[in-house]
Design a protein around this ligand. Sequence first.
Ligand SMILES: Cc1cc2nc3c(=O)[nH]c(=O)nc-3n(C[C@H](O)[C@H](O)[C@H](O)COP(=O)(O)OP(=O)(O)OC[C@H]3O[C@@H](n4cnc5c(N)ncnc54)[C@H](O)[C@@H]3O)c2cc1C
Length: 66
Amino acid sequence: MTTGMHKVLIVGGGTAGISVAARLLRKGHTDVAVIEPSEVHYYQPLWTLVGGGQAKASTTARAEAS
Ligand SMILES: Cc1cc2nc3c(=O)[nH]c(=O)nc-3n(C[C@H](O)[C@H](O)[C@H](O)COP(=O)(O)OP(=O)(O)OC[C@H]3O[C@@H](n4cnc5c(N)ncnc54)[C@H](O)[C@@H]3O)c2cc1C
């Protein structure tokens, strides 16, 4: 977790927030912060395959910070 001022502040580190943050970083915007209450991000679309027994639930989880 960081504190202070940032040029870009994204509220919510879900699919939309992480996608926008990654695109901004790739374009060279390094002062980007994401406010996200949970520490783990779950890739929800893969849950369908977890329910069908084709993927492990653990593969849908990633640390928000990463
Ligand atoms: C089982 C399942 C299967 C799916 N399959 C597909 C698929 O095949 N294809 C597809 O395109 N979509 C699929 N989806 C939908 C897709 O996952 C969602 O549309 C997508 O995650 C929405 O992204 P989002 O960033 O808007 O919201 P989310 O990914 O839900 O992110 C919102 C984030 O905001 C955070 N937040 C909430 N309140 C606050 C607050 N006050 N302050 C800060 N942060 C906050 C939450 O913790 C969360 O991390 C599926 C969904 C599910 C559940």
